[in-house]
Design a protein around this ligand. Structure first.
Ligand code: ARG
Length: 250
């Protein structure tokens, strides 16, 4: 079965289109239950009890008891009190994280119970460590985030194809920031397609030799889909050792 949906639906993420069931089986929606339950951030399944997401998602989160991870979801409206979810046993935030714009925007969620994999709920491969040499030609950002800067969380999971941008070019677009090699940028010079608020923590998924790899974690950007303002992602290839360390000792 092909992973890419060829059905054209109305454009939306910013400038994206709606996804279908099983298209992004590693994408999860992370909900917070207090004061009311709702979508907080995206995340990616990387192991049967491990979700990779962004550290900045947890700035207002008091306890992991208020979190719920839902897999195998396309429409937020599928979620009701009877929908199965995973509880979070532990939130592991990178100890050098301060804020998204200065990097280390990465966190692991250890689930209380292991998930059973299905065709529509399964992990994505991590990139291999030295993946700078790999040319990723097909990258997609997905999420339930805003479709415009002052938008709202979307019901249906959105997707947009975005080209990777070199760090050199990305640095020229963000003169006031330091774009480190632990960040990776994606977007069109003319803008139009991008992640936005609510997509954070979710995947930038790139296909290479037929296999999808988790190349980035949605982290930050100036506005959404603005020209010459690419989206900035945590460069997962640079954190493979950190991920292995934390998932093997925790
Ligand atoms: N920080 C935002 C969030 O919390 C996502 C930022 C991504 N922005 C962008 N323009 N690529 O959901």
């Amino acid at each position: 079965m092909d992973n890419v949906c060829t059905t054209k639906i109305k454009p939306r993420i910013v400038g994206g289109t709606t996804s279908v069931h099983g298209e992004w089986p590693w994408q999860v929606t992370l909900h917070i239950t207090s004061p009311v339950q709702g979508h907080l951030c995206g995340g990616s399944i990387i192991g049967n009890q491990w979700i990779l997401t962004a550290a900045h998602c947890f700035s207002g989160v008091e306890t992991s008891e208020n979190l719920r991870v839902y897999g195998d979801i396309v429409n937020q409206s599928e979620i009701n009190e009877d929908t199965a979810f995973f509880r979070v046993q532990e939130i592991i935030i990178h100890d050098q994280y301060k804020m998204a714009e200065t990097g280390y925007d990465i966190a692991l969620l250890k689930l209380e119970s292991a998930m059973n994999y299905t065709d529509s709920q399964r992990p994505i491969c991590l990139p291999s460590k030295g993946d700078r040499n790999v040319l990723y030609t097909e990258c997609w950002v997905t999420g339930w985030g805003y479709t415009r800067p002052r938008g709202e969380i979307q019901n249906t999971l959105q997707k947009a194809k975005v080209p990777l941008v070199s760090n050199e070019e990305c640095q020229t677009r963000y003169r006031k920031h330091k774009i480190t090699n632990k960040m990776i940028c994606a977007g069109y010079k003319e803008g139009g397609k991008d992640a936005c608020k609510g997509d954070s923590g979710g995947p930038l998924s790139c296909k290479h030799s037929g296999v999808w790899h988790l190349v980035g974690i949605t982290s930050w950007g100036e506005g959404c889909g603005q020209k010459e303002r690419p989206g900035v992602y945590t460069n997962v290839a640079k954190y493979v050792d950190w991920i292995l360390e934390k998932t093997q000792t925790a």
